[in-house]
Every structure is written in structure tokens, then in C-alpha cells.
Design a protein around this ligand. Structure first.
Ligand code: HEM
Ligand SMILES: *[C@@H]1O[C@H](CO)[C@@H](O)[C@H](O)[C@H]1NC(C)=O
Length: 558
């Protein structure tokens, strides 16, 4: 009875909210109405269908061609959304006025529910405090020490692939699957000094399947999750009181819905794994056995570094246990699919551009020979020009995260580098955004501009990074933390793991490209499509649902 009343109230509140949203967006005047953009494609869904479709890329490119760097789109229930990649606007959003452009409160609640109070789920001063300490952990000095840790994982990856190839008749392997396993093990070892996957043999792994099923499960449950949002104070309370949290957990287990129970099981696996990783480290740190203690005191992984730094900083800057535990889930979640899909994309491109593959292999083999046949150290590896160009060019043209959004927390003035011709015929050098306007950082569109890169801007051509860059690139004051690009965004919420991820990618590429010749499969498996999603993924053909990237690998025997 009680449950029914609650569900009824939620439904009524949702209906009233919906009516208000439609009225506000389609009927009431708004300064956003003057911004040019395509007509809404549907009353309820706006252009969301076009944006969310698997093959959204032509729609996105068309937007740029028709409207340029600032576009008004219509989202669910007629909501106006500002799609933007004007450089000055981006600078204001992620840097200058970053306190005004926050993550959507919905997204924050959802993440907190599933990952705990980690970097992805906190805002304002709380987020800044976490970030201050964690920035130290991701410094270049620590990346340098991580290089051999990644090298060891990459060599197990090579052995795993070789073993699979010996048993395979056609020499095909699912490269996406392998990159997923490798990325998880890389964050396991490099992030926490913990092994998630031996790679050299197949063992079933709850944690890996939980990470893999997480996003699809959430996506299939969106409607139910919207009902949870009004209960966000309860979520905060659960975080404080374990008994309450256990009770809510038991209620979840009783729900008559397999999807919701699966979600609960996934969250349980993620949290319990993160807790036990933390407990193990903390116990080692407090251990009397000198050798055990040393494992953390000298550990190269991010978690060991964090625990060491956490004891040394001022009490006000120190992170409590539950926030450290939440970072474990957060890093794993943020660092796995992004890195694996970027790597898969590079390997796919190297099959489409065999000359680039040969050039990269030559560079790698020569550098290794110069190094007496040993794996390269950090400085030598990151200095390889063509390897770097391949990474930059791929991340420029195919950013794994195609866009991220922010919501204004008060009325804001957003300056533009290029004045915008408004619908009423005037030109604006700044936009007036009412409070709670969603602004989308159009990462995908930002760095494929023909104005900056010339006519071949949309071609994959790593060599463009080798000579002198176009003056427009050098002159542009990009807010991006990486290579003038928006791929990892910029400012206080930019990707904290971008150096970590660059290093992972370079170590894995160095190992794989010097060990195997890669080519496209023949027949049906040759038709690889990249689909739009929060993180873009490959499939065979445009309709198959299983993410995979079959490629042919031939051992080179160096
Ligand atoms: C190619 C690989 C990667 C890409 C393309 C990528 C991209 C991004 C993007 C676009 C954001 C959101 C920035 C924003 O909202 O402004 C982000 C945030 C984040 N990334 Fe990455 N990422 C990658 C790898 C990693 C790795 C390996 C880690 C961890 C070791 C990581 C950890 C994080 C964290 C913790 C955040 C949240 C930062 C915050 O809100 O303070 N990422 N990443
Ligand atoms: C990438 O996009 C940003 C934002 O539009 C711009 O400032 C920057 O110059 C671009 N960089 C390159 C290399 O195209």
C-alpha cells in the first residue's frame, strides 16, 4: 500500500513536471530561442533521437556545417540545450567560470549512488579538496615509475594473444575484448597494485563483468532510476549509516525486477571489491612486518601513493576512507572503457592505414634496438614522434568521449570568440544563459575544423603533427589539458587520468605493434563500424549489438 502511494506520488510529480517543462520550453519566451539551431524533430524527444543514434556522426558534422560553433538543440520534453565548441566559450565553461557550469545534479546523484563520493560524484569545494590531493598522485614523476608496471602487463597481454592465436585457425582475435581486459588489468596494477585478470589464461571474473554490464544495465533501467532521484537525501543518509544502507539493500533484493536486482548486484561487486582493495592496502601500511609495510611505502601504484600522501597532508586536506574507496571504483570506471576503446580505435586505424603501421613499427623497432633490445623507459617512449602523432591524431579526430555536459547554476553570460548571428537579425558577442541551462561541450566537433586544419581536417593523417602545426592551432588559446585538444577537456574537472592513459596506450602499442602485423579480417568481419555512445565502441556491421573488433594478427617473431 505504502509503496503504491509512493509510486503514485512520484508519477504525479513527474507528470506535472513534464507539463511544466513542455510549457516552459515550447510556449514561454527564453533568451535561448534566438540561438539558431535545427527544428525539434519530436515534441517529446526533441533531437535526442538523432544525437543518441548509433550513427550520429553525419548529424553532428551537418550541425557544424549548417550552424558552426554554437547551436541550439532541443532535448527531451522540449528542453533547450546549447551545443558549443567556440574556443572562448569553452574556456569560460571549463576554466574561467567553472563554478557556474557544474555537472547536472542528476548525474551527480546517479554517480554517487553507484560509485560513492569519488571525483566523478562531488562538486564545488568538496570536489576541489579531493582533486587537490589526487592531482599530486597523477604527477609525471609517478607516471615515470609506472612505466615498467605497464610493461609487465603488456607482455602478459602479448602472451595471452599469442596463446589464443595458436589455437585459432583464421588468425582472428577480438581486439576490443583484449583491450578491455588489458585496460582493466592496467588500472588494477597501475592504480591499485592489484590483479584483476592474469591475461595469460581465462578465468571468470565478477568484477570485470560488473564493470562491463554496468552502463548497459543502467541504460535499460533509465525510467526506474528517474524515480529514485527524489530520494537523493536517502542516498546521502545511506552513505553515513551502514545499517540504513543494508536495509535499503535488502529492499532492493526483494524488488520484483530482475534488471534492478542485477544493478544492485553489480554495485555490490564494485563496492566490495574496492573496499577489500583498500582494506588490504591499509592493513599492509599498518602492518608490523617491515616487508609488508614496504609494499605500500614503496608501491608505485596510485593507491599506494595516495595513502602515503594522505597521511602527510594537513588534516583539512585529508580524504576519509570512504572517499578513498570511492576513488577506486571511480578510476576503474573512468579509466577502463575509455582507454580500451581508444586503443582499439588506433589498432583499427593502423589496419586501414598500413603505411602508418609500417612507419610506427619501424620507429618502435629502431628505438628498441638502440636501447639494447630492452623495453623503453618513460622518457624515451614518450619522445617517439610518430607514436605520439598516432595517439594525438586519433584522439583529435575520434575522441572516445564525444561530448560532456554542464548545467548553469545561475544566470550566466557566455562570451563567444566568433560573434553569432541571432534569429532576430542582431549579432551577439556573448550568450545570455538562464540558470539551469544545459550546455554541451561538443568535444567531437571541436577539433575537426577545416578552418583550423585545412581541407583534410576530417582525414586521419598522423604526419600532420610532425611538421610545424598550422598557425591557427599554435595561436588558439585552447582550454584543453592535452595537445590543444578538447578530448580530455580542461579546467578543474578535466580528465585527471590523461597522462596515465597516454602512457598505458603507448606501452601497449609499443608491445603489440612490434610483436604482430595487424590487418582487417576478410569477409563479413571486415565491416567495422564505430557507434556513438557515451564512449564510442566498434561493432561488426551497423546493426549487430555486441561490441567487438575482430582483426587478424600475425606474430612477427622479433
Ligand atoms: C583515452 C582515455 C580517456 C579519455 C578519452 C578520458 C576522457 C575523460 C573525459 C572527457 C572526462 C570528463 C571531463 C569533463 O567532464 O570535463 C574525464 C574525466 C575523468 N577521467 Fe578520464 N579519460 C580517459 C582515461 C582515464 C583514465 C585512464 C583514468 C584513471 C586512471 C581517468 C579518470 C578520470 C576521472 C577520475 C575523471 C573525473 C575527473 C573529475 O571530475 O575531477 N580517465 N575523462
Ligand atoms: C580544439 O578545439 C578548441 C575549442 O574549440 C580550440 O580552442 C583549439 O584550438 C582546437 N585545437 C586544435 C588543435 O584543433
Amino acid at each position: 500500500m505504502y509503496l503504491l502511494t509512493v509510486v503514485g506520488l512520484c508519477a504525479a510529480a513527474t507528470a506535472a513536471r513534464l507539463a511544466w517543462a513542455l510549457l516552459k520550453c515550447y510556449v514561454l519566451p527564453s533568451p535561448l530561442n534566438d540561438i539558431p539551431g535545427p527544428r525539434s524533430h519530436s515534441l517529446l524527444k526533441g533531437s535526442e533521437d538523432r544525437l543518441q543514434q548509433r550513427d550520429a556522426w553525419p548529424f553532428l558534422d551537418q550541425l557544424t556545417e549548417d550552424y558552426g560553433q554554437v547551436v541550439k538543440l532541443t532535448s527531451l520534453f522540449g528542453k533547450h540545450v546549447v551545443w558549443v565548441f567556440d574556443p572562448l566559450a569553452m574556456y569560460h565553461i571549463v576554466l574561467k567560470d567553472q563554478d557556474v557550469y557544474e555537472e547536472s545534479p542528476w548525474i551527480i546523484i546517479g554517480r554517487k549512488l553507484f560509485m560513492g563520493p569519488g571525483l566523478l560524484s562531488t562538486t564545488g569545494a568538496h570536489h576541489r579538496r579531493q582533486r587537490k590531493l589526487l592531482n599530486l598522485v597523477f604527477s609525471i614523476a609517478h607516471m615515470r615509475r609506472l612505466t615498467p608496471v605497464f610493461g609487465e602487463v603488456a607482455s602478459r597481454l602479448r602472451t595471452g594473444i599469442e596463446t589464443q592465436l595458436q589455437a585459432s585457425a583464421d588468425g582472428e582475435v577480438d581486439v576490443l575484448g583484449w583491450m578491455g581486459r588489458a585496460a582493466l588489468e592496467l588500472i588494477g596494477q597501475g592504480g591499485f597494485g592489484h590483479s584483476f585478470d592474469p591475461l595469460v589464461q581465462d578465468v571468470p571474473n565478477d568484477f570485470a563483468s560488473a564493470i562491463k554490464d554496468f552502463v548497459p544495465t543502467i541504460q535499460s533501467l533509465m525510467i526506474y532510476l528517474a524515480l529514485i532521484i527524489p530520494f537523493s537525501p536517502l542516498i546521502d543518509a545511506c552513505e553515513r549509516y551502514p545499517a540504513l544502507s543494508a536495509f535499503v539493500g535488502r529492499c532492493f533484493d526483494c524488488l520484483p525486477h530482475a534488471g534492478l536486482r542485477r544493478l544492485k548486484a553489480i554495485v555490490d561487486v564494485l563496492t566490495s571489491t574496492s573496499r577489500s582493495i583498500y582494506a588490504e592496502k591499509q592493513a599492509a601500511l599498518e602492518s608490523d612486518a617491515a616487508e609488508t609495510k614496504m609494499r605500500v611505502l614503496e608501491g608505485r601504484d596510485l593507491m599506494s601513493v595516495l595513502l602515503r600522501k594522505n597521511t602527510r597532508v594537513d588534516a583539512a586536506d585529508r580524504l576519509p576512507a570512504r572517499e578513498i574507496i570511492a576513488q577506486i571504483t571511480t578510476f576503474t570506471f573512468a579509466g577502463t572503457d575509455t582507454t580500451s576503446n581508444a586503443l582499439a580505435r588506433i589498432l583499427h586505424l593502423l589496419c586501414l592505414h598500413r603505411d602508418a603501421q609500417a612507419a610506427l613499427r619501424a620507429e618502435l623497432l629502431e628505438a628498441r634496438a638502440r636501447n639494447g633490445g630492452a623495453d623503453l623507459e618513460y622518457d624515451a617512449l614518450v619522445a617517439l614522434p610518430f607514436l605520439d602523432a598516432v595517439c594525438r591524431e586519433t584522439l583529435r579526430l575520434f575522441p572516445p568521449v564525444p561530448w560532456v555536459s554542464r548545467v548553469t547554476n545561475k544566470d550566466a553570460r557566455l562570451p563567444l570568440a566568433a560573434p553569432l548571428a541571432l534569429r532576430d537579425g542582431t549579432r551577439a558577442s556573448a550568450l545570455h544563459l538562464p540558470a539551469r541551462t544545459t550546455v554541451v561541450l561538443a568535444i567531437h566537433s571541436a577539433n575537426r575544423s577545416t578552418q583550423i586544419w585545412g581541407a583534410d581536417a576530417r582525414e586521419w593523417r598522423p604526419a600532420r603533427w610532425l611538421g610545424t602545426l598550422p598557425a591557427a592551432v599554435a595561436e588558439a588559446k585552447s582550454p584543453g589539458v592535452y595537445a590543444n585538444l578538447m578530448t580530455f577537456t580542461g579546467g578543474g574537472r578535466s580528465c585527471i587520468g590523461f597522462k596515465f592513459s597516454q602512457l598505458e596506450m603507448k606501452v601497449v602499442l609499443a608491445t603489440l605493434v612490434s610483436s604482430f602485423r595487424l590487418s582487417l579480417c576478410e569477409g563479413a568481419n571486415a565491416d567495422i563500424i564505430w557507434n556513438r555512445a557515451p564512449i564510442a565502441y566498434p561493432t561488426v556491421g551497423p546493426t549487430d549489438k555486441t561490441p567487438r573488433l575482430p582483426l587478424r594478427l600475425e606474430p612477427l617473431g622479433h
